[in-house]
Design a protein around this ligand. Sequence first.
Ligand code: DGL
Length: 258
Amino acid sequence: MTSDAPIGVFDSGVGGISVAKEIARDMPHERIIYFGDSANAPYGVKSPEEVRDLSFAIVERLLHEGAKAIVIACNTATSAAAKTLRDHYDLPIIGMEPALKVACDRGHGASQHIIVAATPLTLRERKFAALMNRFTANHTIYSQPCPDLVTILEHGELDDHATVMAALHRYFARYDFDDIDAVVLGCTHFVFYRDYFRELVPERTAVIDGNAGTVHHLGVVLEALGKLADDDTHGGIELHNSDTSEEMKALSRYLLER
Ligand code: DGL
């Protein structure tokens, strides 16, 4: 059994395009409908209730487009809304969380020093506390909110080297990177900053994101349900955004092709 219905992917803005791209690379026959809520971004400084309401409205929209599964390409919306969305809808809803386990496993049993960079809301939510609890006994974990990295990307300033490096230095100056084994990019917007993080940290420090794990999980779930697209389906990514300006269209396209 196969299904040529689209996969609905959403984020608070353009960050989740990093996830949509990875889905398209891994599953080239899938049709992806991406919705970025840039008119309401950032989510990471909102209340969980607000993020939940916004997420419900987007899922309704994606269901209207006939989505066979939803990917919440946003750690923040996953923390605030995934559970309630799953209770409410009868279709696969794949969420994201900071890839802390991957970072810990890299040590093969040795205690790791790890920074989790994410939005303030992700780091404050119960879901993250539960994730931390699984690993703090054996590892040292620092949580670092980086809200400006969301707005810099949304404002189309990703290629402004001075602005980005100034923000990174502001957030990370207090760490001794010779003592840090990994930085986890726990926000899909931050994935676009990978090269900047590489510039910031020494070679021995890993920079890890959760995109590949999420896409793998999506593939496993769709296969188990017999809902992968047929090999002759023409896949691709359709971009939508609540900010309908030409600037936002150009930014989304730029990030997709980057
Ligand atoms: N991209 C989102 C995430 O993965 C959040 C960005 C925001 O604060 O809106 O957490």
